[in-house]
Unconditional design. Structure first.
Length: 265
C-alpha cells in the first residue's frame, strides 16, 4: 500500500486513466504536470496490449486509475498482475480537480484522464490499489447474499399482499414460504380473479422456497470462506460468519488505515 504517493520518484511519469466499460482513455503527465501523451483504447485484451505498448515509452511510470476498485477494477487488476504501481483515485476527487483546472467543469474522457493523473500530485491522501485477495471473495459472497435476501423479501411481500386478499385476517406479519403454503391449501376460491391470485401465490411460494435454499447454500459457503480467512472476528460477541464476511469484505487489509480514527471514519 502506498499512502504517501506524492513521495514517489520525482522522475516518474503519471498515467491517468478514465475507465469505461467499452474503452479506456489515458493521459500521460511528466513530473512538471505537463501532458506528454494521450491514447484511447478499447477495453479488451487487444486494447490492453496497445495501452502497455504505448506506456512502455516511459520506463519509470505509475498509473492513476479513477475508481480502481469499481469501474476501473478489471484494468487495475491486469496492471497489478503485471507488476505495475496503480493508485486509486476517487471519482469525486478527479471531478473536483477538473472543475478547478479549467473553470467550467466540462466533462470529457480526455479531461477526466488528465484530472485523474493530476490528483496524484495533490495533497489528498490516496492509496495504491492492491491485487484482489480473500477479502474480495468474502465481499462478493456477502453482496450476493444481500441480493438474494432482498429478492426473497420482495417475493414474500408480494405473497403477503395476495394472501391478504385470498384469506383476509389470517396472514401474520412474519410470513414464510411454509406458512403461506398452509394458508393456500385452505383456500378454494370460486371467482376467476381469486383463482388467478391463488395461482400467482403458488408461484411465489415456490420462488420463495428456491430463494430460501439458495440463501442457505450461500451462507454455508460464507461460513467456510470465513473459516478459511482465519479471522478472530467471530470470537467477538454478536459477530457470526455473515457479519464477519461483510466486515472483512469491506475493510480488506486493516493495515491500510493509519489509525483507529481513520478506520472509524
Amino acid at each position: 500500500m502506498v499512502q504517501q504517493h506524492h513521495e514517489a520518484e520525482e522522475s516518474a511519469v503519471t498515467i491517468g486513466i478514465d475507465p469505461h466499460k467499452g474503452s479506456h482513455t489515458a493521459a500521460a503527465l511528466d513530473p512538471q504536470q505537463r501532458v506528454i501523451g494521450r491514447i484511447r483504447v478499447s477495453a479488451s485484451p487487444a486494447g490492453y496490449r496497445e495501452l502497455r505498448r504505448w506506456a512502455a515509452g516511459w520506463s519509470v511510470r505509475r498509473w492513476a486509475v479513477e475508481n480502481a476498485a469499481g469501474l476501473g477494477r478489471p484494468l487495475s487488476q491486469r496492471l497489478l498482475g503485471d507488476g505495475e504501481l496503480v493508485i486509486d483515485v476517487p471519482p469525486k476527487l478527479s471531478a473536483r480537480i477538473r472543475v478547478l483546472s479549467n473553470g467550467h467543469g466540462r466533462k470529457t474522457d480526455a479531461a477526466d484522464a488528465v484530472s485523474t493523473a493530476l490528483a496524484v500530485y495533490g495533497s489528498a491522501e490516496l492509496h495504491a490499489a492492491t491485487i484482489e485477495d480473500h477479502a474480495t471473495t468474502l465481499r462478493l459472497l456477502s453482496d450476493r447474499r444481500d441480493d438474494l435476501v432482498a429478492r426473497r423479501t420482495q417475493v414474500l411481500n408480494r405473497l403477503h399482499a395476495l394472501l391478504a386478499n385470498l384469506v383476509p385476517g389470517t396472514v401474520t406479519a412474519h410470513l414464510s414460504a411454509d406458512s403461506a403454503a398452509v394458508l393456500l391449501r385452505r383456500c378454494r376460491p370460486a371467482a376467476d380473479a381469486q383463482r388467478t391470485r391463488r395461482a400467482l401465490a403458488g408461484d411465489l411460494v415456490r420462488e420463495a422456497r428456491r430463494l430460501d435454499a439458495e440463501v442457505a447454500a450461500l451462507e454455508s459457503r460464507i461460513a467456510e470462506a470465513v473459516t478459511e480467512s482465519r479471522t478472530t472476528l467471530t470470537a467477538l460477541f454478536g459477530i457470526g460468519p455473515i457479519l464477519a464476511a461483510k466486515i472483512l469484505g469491506r475493510v480488506g487489509d486493516v493495515r491500510r488505515f493509519s489509525s483507529a480514527a481513520r478506520f472509524a471514519s
